[in-house]
Ligand binder design. Sequence first.
Ligand code: ADP
Ligand code: MG
Ligand code: MG
Length: 208
Amino acid sequence: MNLAETRALLLYTAEKMIESEPHLTELDLKIGDGDHGLGMQRGFTAVRDLLKTETFQPKDVGELFLTSGTKMMSSMGGASGAIFGTLFRAGGKAIAGQESFNADVLAVFLVAGSKAVFERGGAKPGDKTMIDALVAAEKQAELVKALPLKEAIVSIAKAAEEGAESTRNQVAVFGRAKSLGERSLGYVDPGAVSMSLILKYMSEYLNQ
Ligand code: ADP
Ligand code: MG
Ligand code: MG
């Protein structure tokens, strides 16, 4: 898909993430401080506003994601502002110069993005964070990067959803849920759900 189509894909995803606020709030109330939904809503509102700004004319897909990440980082706050901002910024940098978006470009974005998130936050797979959804997505993206994006994204989103669901059986060792210890068992990590929703909405847009 070309730059304008990718911008429309991201705009749809931002609007859906804004609408996901009540669900994400509920999840963070269970094992966190309840602000994750509002944080994501703030971040994606900033992204939506950016994408609707006619004077914002990124030169390539990399800049589209990078600038979106910068907006998230400056508007969201909390752990997830830094984490999701880092994902979009580092992912965007890694695909600088790309004039179109496809499964191969998405794989590069996810690989670079997850590396940056590791470096920034220090969490590993299994620590009950958005990394569990991100790494699952990244691995699947590597496997399907030669497929058309419309097809590849279906399995990538499904892998992310399974990764998010896997956090239910994990004990949190990072972020606010850490203080709950074993009491975090049985609840999914809200950031992991956000990560899987971003990919789900991309898949939904491409297959509607
Ligand atoms: P806060 O915890 O500051 O209230 P949010 O509620 O917005 O921030 O975001 C919490 C989410 O951030 C968690 O569900 C988790 O997925 C993610 N997170 C927290 N710390 C880390 C980390 N070190 N690495 C990756 N993700 C993290
Ligand atoms: Mg929170
Ligand atoms: Mg908080």
